[in-house]
Design a protein around this ligand. Structure first.
Ligand SMILES: Nc1ncnc2c1ncn2[C@@H]1O[C@H](COP(=O)(O)OP(=O)(O)OP(=O)(O)O)[C@@H](O)[C@H]1O
Ligand SMILES: O=P(O)(O)OC[C@H]1O[C@](O)(CO)[C@@H](O)[C@@H]1O
Ligand SMILES: [Mg+2]
Length: 537
């Protein structure tokens, strides 16, 4: 189905200025409420077309939204509620029994006995979340589509409350702890905090009374590779794992088809699966959830979004991102010291972030030492009167040294395509860091100004480390909430932080496309204010 946003971005007029790009991105957001879309397509097309209001109107009618109808807002909200409904076991097992929760913090001792005499509970305790509790997804009321970062639904930017489900322990649970076999799997690239999340999932499962907990080694591959044995997990095993980075279970890209994964889950008797990973992993988790439903299996599949790239939609941030930004400071500071101590020193730092520039933007903001920040979401020229190199010359002439921070995915139109993909099918990028370093050297040679260029690529150092305190807390809450969601009978969901509150999202809504830096957002504008860089097109 061609979605509204898709259609908006579907055709082209090459090379937009930063301001034009801003307009387009604002209007993409403008349509976002109605549809999901493939952002890979949008990103490549986003720079290629200016959007008109007439077209928006045309498209909105295509999507059965007529803003002139007096009740369009309630229709939108009903549609939103449907989209953000979180799948529940009772959807396929209407007669599924629920039980009083075994999760009760008033219990004096952890559950170690069998439940032969019934489940322990404390009727006085009121620490549960009501299933009807909701959290506001958007908290700003923009009065105009021209407001910075405006995310509008209709041309008047009408305030429309959008509610999502609050995460946390429920009073009724849909799994008997003694019948649960829970499995945890970590997929994709490494990310600070994976061990913290594994640890909290295990600890919380045990508090519910689950004894059969296993780790699946090396991502989805662990479901199919007969040489990889599942790892029994307990509080004792995970007690100190958060003190080091990486994943106790190991990670991998690629892996078996979904049907094989579900076959393996059936063979092993897994009825709760916790999946830690990024957008690819979540696409897999959702497919596993669908397959389990197709086979009428009473299984809860719950995701915990993991990515240093911060490219998962709708959440304040993903765990590991803060730590990656913090680690990046060392690279930027080294680049600054090298550049500052050299005659006409230029430090270039390349930071990870496959298709989203969040790490580069936030790291530049945090350091205060960056003069030019280049991210994939904002087009730029290297050469020409408004190009990066001309501005670099100006910085050298006025400040004596400069620091350039580039995101891994920036400037891909300027480097040779690799035509390679990794085991999961992700495109392997050309090395823009090396390219810009060479271009800077060439340019200064050509104009006859000496320049001492130092290139730093910290690569995996920003993610192969232990989570910082703030990520540690985030991981703790997300891990616990993942278990609460599974026991509450939800499946095909993921946990997130939304306006500082914790929520459950249906998986498809957070991965319909990778989240990107909005060039019209206040945060990008703040970054520009901080670096002092101009528009490079
Ligand atoms: N559309 C999909 N359907 C099913 N499985 C998928 C899909 N996309 C990716 N996967 C599987 O998910 C796993 C992880 O995917 P991927 O390597 O893209 O990492 P990711 O979860 O996006 O994390 P990262 O942020 O580190 O890239 C792989 O095992 C891959 O096979
Ligand atoms: O571990 P790999 O496959 O080299 O992955 C690198 C990619 O993973 C990430 O760290 C997370 O998606 C990206 O920033 C980076 O592009
Ligand atoms: Mg990914």
């Amino acid at each position: 189905m061609e979605t509204l946003s898709h259609a908006i971005t579907a055709s082209a007029s090459p090379k937009l200025s930063l301001r034009q790009n801003d307009n387009l991105s604002r209007l993409i957001r403008y349509s976002h409420g109605f549809s999901s879309l493939n952002l890979r397509t949008v990103r490549s097309q986003r720079r290629s077309r200016v959007f008109s209001k007439v077209e928006c109107d045309q498209q909105s009618s295509k999507n059965n939204i007529d803003f002139s109808e007096p009740d369009w807002k309630s229709k939108f909200q009903q549609d939103f509620e449907k989209r953000f409904n979180i799948p529940h076991i009772t959807d396929i097992f209407p007669d599924a029994h629920s039980f009083p929760s075994t999760f009760c913090l008033r219990m004096r001792t952890p559950v170690t006995e069998d439940f032969t005499e019934g489940y322990p509970s404390d009727e006085e305790w009121h620490g549960y979340i009501n299933n009807n509790d909701r959290v506001l997804l958007k908290v700003i009321h923009y009065s105009s589509t021209t407001s910075a970062g405006a995310e509008c639904i209709d041309p008047n930017c009408t305030w429309v409350e959008q509610w999502v489900h609050r995460a946390g322990p429920r009073e009724k649970i849909y799994f008997k702890p003694e019948e649960v076999k829970a499995a945890i799997v970590t997929c994709g690239g490494l990310c600070p905090g994976l061990n913290d999340v594994i640890r909290q999932i295990v600890i919380t499962l045990q508090i519910y009374g689950v004894k059969n907990i296993v780790g699946i080694p090396f991502g989805y591959r662990g479901f199919s590779d007969k040489d990889l044995a599942e790892m029994p997990l307990s509080r004792k095993v995970v007690q100190n794992i958060h003190l080091s980075g990486g994943s106790l279970l190991g990670v991998s890209r690629g892996g078996p088809p979904v049907s094989e994964i579900v076959n393996s889950m059936e063979e092993r008797g897994i009825n709760m699966l916790f999946v830690l990973g990024g957008n690819g992993t979540h696409a897999g988790a959702n497919a596993i959830h669908d397959e389990c439903r197709k086979r009428k299996l009473k299984v809860a599949v719950v995701g915990v979004p993991k990515t240093i790239d911060n490219d998962i939609l709708l959440m304040d941030k993903t765990f590991g991102f803060d730590t990656a930004v913090e680690e990046s400071q060392r690279a930027i500071n080294s680049a600054y010291i090298e550049a500052h101590s050299a005659y006409h020193g230029i430090g270039v730092v390349k930071l990870m972030g496959r298709s989203s520039g969040f790490i580069a933007m936030q790291s530049s903001l945090a350091s205060g030492q960056v003069d030019i920040c280049l991210i994939p979401e904002v087009p730029f020229n290297l050469h020409g009167p408004h190009g990066v190199l001309r501005h670099l010359k100006y910085v050298i002439e006025t400040k004596g040294s400069a620091v350039v921070c580039v995101a891994e995915g920036a400037g891909q139109n300027l480097v040779q395509k690799t035509n390679a993909t990794d085991a999961s099918g992700n495109i392997v990028f050309g090395d823009f860091g090396v390219h810009i370093q060479q271009e800077i050297k060439k340019y200064f040679k050509e104009i006859g100004i000496p320049a001492d260029v130092k290139y730093i690529d910290p690569t995996y150092m920003i993610r192969a480390c232990r989570a910082n305190a703030s990520d540690g807390i985030l991981c703790t809450v997300l891990g616990q909430n993942a278990v609460h969601g599974a026991f509450a009978g939800y499946s095909g969901i993921t946990v997130g932080i939304c306006n500082t509150h914790y929520v459950y999202f249906p998986i498809p809504e957070v991965i319909s496309h990778p989240r990107e830096v909005d060039p019209n957002s206040r945060m990008w504008h703040r970054c520009l204010t901080s670096t002092g860089q101009p528009d490079f097109v």
